[in-house]
Write a protein that binds this ligand. Sequence first.
Ligand code: ADP
Ligand code: MG
Length: 348
Amino acid sequence: MSVITLGIIGGGQLGSMLSMAAKELNIKTIVYCDDVDAPAEKFCDEFIFGKYDNKEKIFEFINKVNIITYEFENIPYETLNEINKKKPVLPKPSINRLIQHRLAEKDFVNKLNIRTTRYTYIEKKSDLESLKDFLPGILKTVTMGYDGKGQYPINDIKDLNHLNIDFSKKYILEKLVKLKKEISVIITRFGNNSYEIYEPIENTHENQILKYSKIPADINEKIFNQSKEWAISIAEELKYIGTLCVEFFIDRNENLYVNEIAPRVHNSGHLTINAYNISQFENHIRAVCSLEKINLKKISNAKMINLIGTQIEPYRQKIKFNKNEFFFDYLKKEIKEKRKMGHITTLV
Ligand code: ADP
Ligand code: MG
């Protein structure tokens, strides 16, 4: 019989996959989401629909669960902090507040002597005019961005006249890195120097959205080791509990940079479901629910393709897949352009 009820804030595909992993461990899940059509409703034990500032609904949610975690970072700090006063929220709300703010996140990484892209804070339009040094660059909203949303490539100051940028928001301007490759490292930390880490994953983006991931990443040994060491330093410094992902850039001179940190399970880690004995989702549940840590074993090399928008359709028609192919349909109500609808992992 299950003794733990885990609350998950956010009901997207990550919430679904966390719920599935919890079920295998006999842990009950209650998903709280501000979208009535959230796909995780189909995978969790109970679903509560409510906005993230609806105190009554949140109260109902807190009363029903033992521990709370979340599947995305754009949850108001006040909400997570209030919840944490009554039931433990993991990862800690202060970690989420740090990481959901691109400027605070990058300052934190640099303080650890870990390289990031060059960046500067932009509070108003005129701040941009003297910043030729950072061009070509990308202007990013400091909060609430994901899948390339809230980002504007700027090659020349003149571009500002054509782009309809909302300066009621705050931004950072980041110098563009001449990218050779992008990788990510996923780590699950259970406590002081106690963690399981996955090997670096190579990622390819299309229109700033992740399209392909694969292991092994085609990288040299120095980058293989350095990316893992940096991910460990970040997780230790944050005293993080749960699964965390660090996204990296590699430039044409083989320099490694931290791009951003995700305080949660990550799209690039979907292949861990089939390629490892324990997936990033199961490890997250194990860490936040204080279950046993099991040594990670890789089963196979793998590649994952994200199915975006209508790309899911032929796979839905397909009746038979090869033995090494694993198709996941997130069962989202509506197909939308740029919406992640499913993925397929192939063990190779
Ligand atoms: P999001 O929060 O939307 O994932 P990211 O900062 O990770 O935002 O940007 C999404 C993608 O855009 C990156 O994975 C990379 O492909 C590209 N990108 C972002 N910033 C830079 C940069 N400074 N230099 C080169 N490419 C970048
Ligand atoms: Mg990113």
